[in-house]
Design a protein around this ligand. Structure first.
Ligand SMILES: Nc1nc2c(c(=O)[nH]1)N[C@H]1C(S)=C(S)[C@@H](COP(=O)(O)O)O[C@H]1N2
Ligand SMILES: [Mo]
Length: 194
């Protein structure tokens, strides 16, 4: 159990703990007025692409998740409690082609981040809608953000709109700008030369 490990053992090398919840992103915060226009598109290496409208997405089974998050800029925040949807609930809507090995997460305004399929499918990865009891604020990714807690937090796309399955790994936004392709906080995989 996470909570039985000491705080020191839960803090990756080079990280400092914070009780706050810093806001970090590139570009503007989207403010949604009309969520009837929101959908999540699942495409790429799938037999048939799927588009899940907001109302339908919100009806997926919800779960509570507890985790620690580690940002590449050296802050870590322990004991987050989230409400979200399991990745498996969304994966029921598509049939993956056997060639699918990597995922590109697409956010509003064209922001992207890449990760291996196996990391996306881990049962600790999820679509987050609430953090510590409150609906996500616009700054933290409202209405839906990805949460992949075992990788640096830049892989946790805010304002998620698309999931693309790929044959080969491709760099997303920060990965094209010098960040690591994988981003394991326990291996300090911060930059492409780490
Ligand atoms: N869509 C989008 N998601 C994003 C980013 C971004 O620029 N755009 N930045 C990432 C980075 S670098 C971090 S550290 C976390 C920060 O999440 P927070 O602002 O909720 O702390 O969001 C990640 N998700
Ligand atoms: Mo970050």
């Amino acid at each position: 159990m996470e909570s039985q490990r000491s705080i020191k053992d839960r803090t990756p090398p080079g990280q400092r703990l914070t009780d706050g919840f810093p806001v970090l992103h590139h570009g503007d915060v989207p403010h949604y007025r009309d969520l009837s226009k929101w959908d999540l598109k699942i495409f790429g290496q799938v037999e048939q692409q799927a588009v899940i409208p907001y109302d339908e997405f919100m009806k997926l089974p919800r779960r509570e998740y507890g985790n620690d998050i580690h940002c590449v800029t050296t802050w870590s925040k322990l004991d987050n409690v989230w409400e979200g949807f399991p990745v498996a609930a969304v994966m029921e809507r598509v049939k993956l082609k056997p060639e699918a090995k990597f995922v590109m997460l697409h956010a509003e305004q064209g922001w992207t981040t890449n990760l291996p399929l196996a990391d996306f499918l881990r049962d600790t990865s999820f679509f987050g809608i609430k953090h510590n009891g409150a609906e996500l604020t616009p700054e933290h990714g409202y209405p839906v953000r990805m949460v992949v807690p075992h990788l640096y937090f830049w892989k946790s796309a805010k304002w998620l709109r698309g999931i693309e399955f790929m044959v080969k790994d491709k760099p997303g936004f920060w990965e094209r700008n010098g960040y690591h392709m994988y981003g394991d906080p326990w291996q300090s995989q911060r930059y492409d030369f780490d």
